[in-house]
Design a protein around this ligand. Structure first.
Ligand code: GLN
Length: 247
């Protein structure tokens, strides 16, 4: 099948080579006989609900976020429609913050978010930087990645995190939560990029995208040899452990 990805603002939000996540999805789709078709949806471009099986937003600093926030806000209705129709979403760091209701940067300026995730973010004094290890109960797996953010993200009371912090700061350095997940929508602070060392999440996203593309259920994907990926996960998890953590 063809998996259609809408990559939001690839020319603005691509810190730590977050675009590498797309390479992982393309390769893993290809190994199963599927084709990933990535379309850039940037400044002034129309977001057509139903046109994409997966929407992807990378990370960026406050400056890039300020540049895209109002354009993204103009796409909010289309994004909500896409998600209501079953499209999957992955948003990283700066992109994650803009999926909430709002982001207030260090300069005190409040940017609108698109409210796809039940949370809001306010920048604090201290940056939260380093390797992270998460326990994702909903999948029985762990995620390893790297965080670097000043924003503190507070989830609404009923919101579900992507995972619990084993090592690192996570959303706010206090709650023990990292990221947020609503149905097929995932937001996280994990860069690295995220997917090369966490192939189970790449496959989960592919399965959700295929479900949207086929108007059916998420398929079981055949396993592929993940020795290198497992090694990358092990090394990153070890670094996070060595860093220690507050949780
Ligand atoms: N501007 C955000 C912060 O520092 C996001 C940074 C990022 O994407 N790495 O909180």
């Amino acid at each position: 099948m063809r998996i259609r990805v809408g990559h939001l603002y690839p020319d603005y939000l691509n810190i730590y080579a977050d675009r590498g996540n797309m390479a992982v999805l393309a390769r893993r789709a290809g190994l199963r006989g599927h084709e990933l078709e990535v379309e850039s949806v940037s400044m002034g471009d129309e977001l057509r609900p139903g046109a994409h099986d997966l929407l992807y937003v990378g990370g960026g600093q406050d400056r890039e976020q300020e540049l895209v926030a109002f354009d993204l806000a103009a796409k909010a209705e289309a994004a909500h429609e896409a998600v209501a129709g079953g499209a999957a979403v992955l948003a990283v760091c700066g992109g994650y913050q803009l999926l909430g209701r709002s982001y207030r940067g260090r300069d005190g300026v409040e940017l609108p978010g698109i409210g796809l995730l039940p949370l809001e973010t306010v920048a604090g004094e201290r940056r939260m930087i380093g390797d992270v290890l998460l326990d994702c109960e909903w999948s029985g797996r762990t995620l390893a990645g790297f965080e670097n953010h000043a924003g503190r993200t507070l989830l609404d009371a009923e919101a579900v995190p992507l995972g619990r912090v084993v090592h690192g700061f996570g959303n706010d350095g206090e709650s023990g939560f990292e990221g947020c997940r609503v149905g097929r929508v995932i937001g996280t602070y994990l860069h690295g990029p995220l997917l090369p060392r966490n192939p189970w999440l790449a496959d989960w996203l592919l399965a959700q995208s295929l479900a949207h593309a086929s108007h059916g259920e998420p398929p079981e994907l055949e396993p592929v040899g993940d020795e290198l990926e497992a090694e990358a996960h092990r090394v990153a998890a070890e670094r996070a452990r060595a860093r220690g953590g507050r949780f």
